[in-house]
Design a protein around this ligand. Structure first.
Ligand code: SF4
Ligand code: SF4
Length: 419
């Protein structure tokens, strides 16, 4: 690889450099505490999946190009060029990470490996070597945003059956899915498919919420790809829609990463303060039950049930007790996994891994800790409020013949809803 190109790739680190990143790159003590925190290393024993090793790939380029010792004697200080070999290694480990940040939770210095890895993904993109699958999915979402008028009628047509199901459930033939409603309290950003729209619509209707349905899916493959510009554009479609409709709140479906993008990243990328509140549908469900706007049948489900904390909902957002309170109200035999809450094991499907067929076998292997955790509870049903987690749990259920039911929180609530 020509020297100029190497320097350009190393320059990606420079462009991303801030105090936080410098600290992360400087202070790793190689204590290896993160080793036993990563489900991928624990299940594969492959040194490439050590959190510290993944970060070390970037650290070595940093040493060679940005430290005096590394510049003068790179071999002594383990400096490396971002050459083809290193880029290949980067691809294998960066796009395999689920972004669960369990390593960060256990690191004595709270080094955010995923932050360092975002530099690796940016470097791969700069070299034209980003994930093809994630690129296609991100580009399709952006393309849809540019041609939304073509999709609106199709979407309304597709949702007619779901609308009828909602009318039957709530006993109101006049109940409709609201679209493009200016001045609504809530803009609901769902996922592709009626499974994330219908139960939410039933809950909104029963809570007498003034809501409207977004024309766009909340999922953000630009974020998984590591392309902040694309991620911003994908989230921006819903942000612009919310501004245009002048809603008071954007409520994001059960999708851990999408909610995090709106809640924590968009304002930073766009350098603007959003004129509305951002919540998760979990926040709303909990609020409606607490305020008595909806009520559920206590103990409606009597089979053993456990709750999987999605990493982006629990560890990385801090929502632990509210969803548990809802599950415990509805399920009379609730069983906690061990460990749980912030220490919960990642299911192995986050970070865009469920969208990448080439990683299916890897997901089956690295999800084994989650399988053991669920089996240890004896639960017959797992509730998990994240689409990625549920898709991964479906794969694990089939592969390991677990014979369990996997459900979303909003589906569980609708099953127990008093109408
Ligand atoms: S974020 Fe999760 S998958 Fe990625 S290195 Fe850390 S523990 Fe492993
Ligand atoms: S736990 Fe933190 S300090 Fe220790 S090796 Fe891992 S990243 Fe480095």
């Amino acid at each position: 690889m020509p020297g100029k190109k190497l320097e350009t790739l190393a320059g990606v680190i420079d462009a991303k450099m801030n105090r936080q990143l410098k600290l992360y790159l400087d202070i790793c003590a190689r204590c290896a505490i993160c080793r036993d925190a990563c489900h991928q290393y624990v299940t594969t024993q492959d040194v490439r999946y050590l959190p510290a090793y993944r970060a070390e790939l970037i650290r070595r380029i940093y040493k060679k190009y940005f430290t005096k010792t590394g510049q003068f004697v790179p071999s002594l200080y383990e400096g490396r060029d971002p050459d083809e070999n290193l880029l290949e290694e980067l691809y294998d480990v960066m796009y395999a990470c689920t972004g669960c940040r369990r390593c960060m939770y256990y690191c004595p210095y709270s080094i955010d490996t995923t932050w360092i890895q975002s530099v690796g993904k940016a470097m791969l993109l700069a070299a034209g070597k980003g994930s093809e699958m994630l690129t296609q999915l991100a580009d399709a979402a952006i393309d849809k945003g540019k041609n939304i008028d073509l999709y609106k009628d199709i979407m309304r047509d597709v949702l007619k059956t779901a609308e009828k199901e909602m009318q039957d459930k709530v006993g109101d033939k006049e109940a409709h899915f609201p679209y493009d409603k200016e001045g609504a309290n809530v803009l609901y950003a769902a996922l592709a498919g009626t499974h994330s729209i219908l139960p939410a619509a039933i809950i909104f209707h029963m809570a007498k919420e003034d809501w409207t349905l977004s024309m766009f899916e909340a999922a953000n493959y630009g974020y998984f790809l590591g392309d902040a510009a694309k991620a911003k554009e994908i989230a921006g479609r819903i942000i612009d829609e919310a501004k245009k409709l002048k809603v008071k709140e954007v409520v994001v479906s059960e999708c851990g990463h999408a909610h995090r993008v709106f809640k924590f990243f968009y304002e930073m990328w766009a350098k603007e303060k959003l004129p509305f509140k951002v919540s998760s549908i979990l926040d709303k469900v909990s609020e409606y039950i607490t305020d008595g706007r909806i009520s559920v049948d206590p103990g409606k489900i009597d089979i053993p049930v456990t709750y999987h904390d999605p990493c982006q909902v629990g560890r990385n957002y801090g929502l632990f007790e509210e969803p548990r309170a809802v599950v415990k109200e509805i399920c009379s035999d609730f069983r906690e996994m061990t460990p749980n809450r912030a220490k919960n094991w990642c299911c192995g499907g986050g970070g865009g891994l469920v969208a990448e067929p080439a990683l299916e076998e890897f997901r089956k292997t690295t999800g084994k800790l989650k399988v053991d955790q669920i089996r240890d509870t004896g639960a017959k049903m797992v509730v998990s409020p994240c689409e990625n987690c549920r898709l991964q749990l479906d794969t694990l259920n089939e592969h390991y013949k677990m014979d369990i039911e996997i459900t979303s929180m909003i589906d569980l609530v609708v099953r127990a809803l008093k109408t």
